[in-house]
Design a protein around this ligand. Structure first.
Ligand code: PMT
Length: 412
């Protein structure tokens, strides 16, 4: 059923100050929005501002005879295609779970046949409280859809799970993205780029032909899709795309360190770097002199950055790349499984392919699916890949498997 009429229930949490923005974003997507506030919501946002952005008088009181004569609460409950509660406080979740109807909003929730979606927001300790979790389970078992809560800084000064999803993300979750620019709104995306250099002595290193073009194109596309983007880049000769926060590194060890220093709050991690697989077991302090006709260097494995991210508890949606010269699908699927990834982008590399070119082609694999992308510019491929990643990420977040919406801006 297409959703065009939404009751937005606003309850009394600090995140209520974001609801005018939420109304605006729902209306941008063509929805009619009727705001219904609880008494305590009025402590955080005014009915006047919500009326101005929704274009309809805000309903607050079950006993308002004038409003009831215009559209009674049962009529209003029938009118809605969707009831969205944002923010949903612990108190309101409890009211919903117990079936109480002491106010207009709770009454509407009981009287409607429309789907109910809630975006909880509260202090992290409250959210973890067994009573709140029990209410959450009851609501989910009854088919109520929960969006979040998110993790991050909270208005109380603590950091943890309990922030309301960002308005753009809520609107996108219930009505779909309004524009390509909102595909990853409110998300933090981290991308590794370029080659790494593993020193042998002060002037020599082991590296590869990666130019960073594929990863930089992904970073640019992620910014255009509305994400906050951190790009951890090995040595490349490329300008930083506008809006991207870039951290320069040289070796695999440095890339690992920079990645984990920045990983908190990351929703999507994309390992597009061509990390050198081996480095010298011991780096010579001085330039190695040529003397013997033959020499050998002991090599040891570098840390696997992608695997270390995929192994994190509650870590980001993790996308790897597979650069192969043969058996593309077989090797890519094996990396998908062994590295415990959510997705893998396989590309052929070698002479005239993949590395240091402006175009590329890819086969993407994930559990239960795959998609091919024919040769196109790396910029176009990046946009198409990001759309697929965002879709898969949204599906896995919604099915509760992983992925948390990232809260941007000063906290609630
Ligand atoms: O940079 P360009 O010139 O534009 O070229 C693009 C590209 C070909 C480099 C890019 O599209 C690509 O395929 N990047 C991954 C290259 C690679 O190292 O693939 P791999 O199959 O060896 O590694 C598999 C995955 O593990 C990759 O996501 C890699 O980033 C990651 N990895 C590998 C080794 C390691 N020590 N740490 C890692 O994180």
């Amino acid at each position: 059923m297409a959703v065009s009429k939404i009751i937005l229930g606003v309850t009394g949490g600090i995140a209520a100050y974001k609801t005018p923005d939420l109304v605006r974003r729902l209306r941008e997507r063509g929805a009619e929005v009727q705001v219904v506030m609880t008494r305590s919501a009025a402590e955080f946002v005014t009915a006047t501002s919500l009326q101005a952005v929704s274009g309809r008088p805000v309903r607050e009181n079950l006993w308002d005879s004038e409003a009831e004569s215009a559209m009674g609460h049962i009529e209003l409950a029938r009118w809605a295609d969707l009831v969205l509660i944002a923010p949903a406080t612990a108190e309101f979740m409890s009211r919903l779970a117990s079936g109480g109807a002491p106010d207009l909003l709770a009454t509407l929730c009981l009287a409607t046949e429309a789907p109910l979606v809630i975006a909880p927001a509260m202090n992290r300790v409250m959210w973890k409280n067994p009573a709140v979790q029990a209410n959450r389970q009851v609501l989910e078992a009854r088919g109520v859809r929960l969006l979040g809560p998110d993790s991050g800084n909270q208005a109380c000064g603590e950091v943890g799970e309990g922030r309301m999803f960002e308005p753009a993300a809520i609107a996108a979750a219930v009505l779909g993205p309004a524009t390509a620019g909102e595909l990853l709104a409110g998300r933090k995306v981290m991308i590794t780029a370029g080659p790494t250099r593993e020193a042998i002595d002060p002037v020599r290193f082991i590296s590869n032909r990666s130019s960073g073009k594929m990863a930089f194109a992904l970073a640019e596309a992620a910014v255009a899709a509305g994400a906050e983007v951190v790009l951890i880049s090995g040595p490349v000769d490329l300008a930083t795309p506008a809006g991207v926060r870039r951290v320069d590194v040289e070796s695999a060890e440095e890339m690992l360190e920079a990645t984990h220093a920045e990983i908190a709050g990351t929703d999507i991690f994309i390992g597009a770097a061509a990390v050198a697989d081996y480095g010298a077991a011991a780096v010579e302090q001085h330039k190695i002199k040529k003397s013997a006709a033959k020499m050998s260097i002991d090599l040891v494995r570098t840390p696997d950055i992608l695997t270390s991210v995929a192994q994190l508890d509650d870590g980001p949606f993790t996308v790897g790349f597979a650069a192969e010269t043969r058996n593309l699908e077989k090797y890519a699927r094996s990396k998908l499984e062994k590295k415990n990834l959510d997705m893998i982008v396989a590309n052929e590399v070698g002479r005239d392919r993949g590395f240091d070119r402006d175009d590329n082609a890819a086969e993407v694999f994930w559990a239960g699916g795959q998609q091919s992308f024919p040769t196109m510019s790396k910029k176009d491929l990046a946009v198409a890949l990001l759309k697929l990643v965002a879709d898969r990420f949204r599906d896995s977040s919604e099915s509760g498997k992983r992925g948390k919406l990232h809260a941007v801006g000063s906290g609630d």
